[in-house]
Design a protein around this ligand. Structure first.
Ligand SMILES: CC(=O)SCCNC(=O)CCNC(=O)[C@H](O)C(C)(C)COP(=O)(O)OP(=O)(O)OC[C@H]1O[C@@H](n2cnc3c(N)ncnc32)[C@H](O)[C@@H]1OP(=O)(O)O
Length: 374
């Protein structure tokens, strides 16, 4: 709820101040202005985010991580699994986008075979796509209740295998751009939008500081499902640990420390281990339903899904996706970001037009789309 309050504080109503109040009341599950057909969020849990290859989940398979959150969400609200109309799992790296892994997790969680499960891969926004798929099935009345999940073990799978691609790739620039390593797409964004190393480091510092404050004051505790796992050390010795804290947060981060780090992807670049997104292992699950069905079962309502948007962006700077998709989702919901001119990072109108007409289909290392839901 606190996060929803903070996010709603970033929004300016497109028309009147009444809209801001509407967002808050619907986020609180109030019935004011609501319909029984609303797609509502009932509950959600996640694992801690583990450091890939060196963290608490390095020896844990993703079906176990997924099963931990699937089980916790239903147990918390007392919902028998046979009430679920469908389960959708977002995954990028596991073979077959994790289809086998998801069905195994499903049975490890005690779900009956009559409840279906499928997986979806929309690169970085695969978990969000799972949520929108479940929401779409609720809206079309295919199901009443569904579980949307996301899971990744970056320890067990590599991002660096592009698979089988056409030799004609080299003839087409956009196609060629799809295999640019993500670190270099980050360098492209920094260069093209003039985001200096200092700006990246100071954003990273403030992100670590905020996350550390939240962790230390226990704000993440209720959303994290503690997972007990076996860890194997370098000598092959096993020990049991319970992972319940995010491992990527560095409480001792300083600007001086960040500024000493070498560029990770390009000798004269500005993306470093300190200001990059990290390589992680973890899982999350969210229970969604039609308001009428949710209320009939006496389940809580955390929020309402009002709008969403998917927008394609150029593959050589795929990281700008959210800057284009969030305003599009807000526009659909009749809201705008405070100070937002609809122009991500100072692009020209013609650039934006090109992005929007771009493909939204994901490619191996360079996702091409942005994704947002409100
Ligand atoms: C939508 C999307 O997110 S798409 C993007 C998907 N994700 C990616 O592409 C991942 C991009 N990131 C990466 O590939 C990796 O994080 C890399 C290559 C940049 C760095 O990988 P690693 O070397 O494993 O990073 P790691 O976190 O271990 O840090 C390496 C060193 O940098 C230094 N360092 C990292 N963070 C900090 C910090 N905040 N302050 C000071 N030093 C730091 C430390 O010396 C650290 O070594 P230590 O852990 O032994 O102390």
């Amino acid at each position: 709820m606190n996060r929803l309050r903070i996010i709603s504080g970033h929004l300016c109503p497109a028309g009147s101040s009444e809209l801001r109040r509407d967002l808050r009341s619907s986020a609180c599950g109030s019935t004011a202005g609501c319909s029984g057909e609303d797609v509502v969020v009932v509950h959600g849990r996640r694992t801690a985010i583990g450091r890939a290859k060196r963290g608490g989940f390095k020896d844990t398979t993703p079906d176990e991580l997924l099963s931990a959150v699937m089980t916790a969400v239903l147990t918390d609200v007392g919902l028998p699994p046979d009430k679920l109309g469908d389960v959708c799992v977002g995954n990028v790296l596991q073979p077959g986008a994790g289809a086998l892994m998801a069905r195994v997790a499903h049975f490890l969680s005690g779900f009956p075979e009559t409840v279906p499960v499928y997986t979806v891969n929309r690169q970085c926004s695969s978990g969000l796509q799972a949520l929108l798929n479940i929401a779409g099935a609720i809206r079309s009345r295919t199901i009443d209740l569904g579980l949307a999940c996301g899971v990744e073990s970056m320890t067990l799978r590599s991002m660096n295998n592009p698979g089988d691609l056409s030799s004609r790739l080299s003839d087409h620039q956009k196609a060629r751009d799809c295999i640019i390593p993500m670190g270099l797409t980050s360098e492209n964004v920094a260069e093209r939008f003039g985001i200096s190393r200092e700006q990246q480091d100071s954003f990273s510092l403030s992100s670590h500081q905020k996350a550390a404050r939240a962790q230390n004051s226990g704000r993440f505790d209720s959303e994290i499902v503690p997972v007990s796992v076996t860890l194997v050390d370098d000598e092959g010795r096993e020990r049991q640990v319970t992972v319940s804290k995010d491992e990527g947060i560095r409480t001792g981060t300083t600007l001086a420390g960040l500024s000493k780090l070498r560029p990770a992807f390009k000798p004269d670049g500005s993306t470093t281990a300190g200001n990059s997104s990290q390589v992680s292992d973890g899982a999350a699950a969210v229970l969604l339903g039609r308001r009428s069905a949710v209320e009939a079962l006496g389940l809580p309502v955390l929020g309402v899904l009002r709008a969403s948007a998917v927008v394609g962006v150029p593959p050589d700077m795929m990281g700008i996706g959210p800057a284009v998709a969030i305003p599009a989702a807000l526009q659909q919901a009749g809201r705008v970001l405070c100070g937002e001119t609809g122009n991500p990072a100072g692009e020209s109108e013609s650039q934006r037009g090109r992005h929007r007409s771009g493909s939204s289909s994901g490619m191996h290392r360079s996702p091409t789309g942005g994704h947002a839901a409100e």
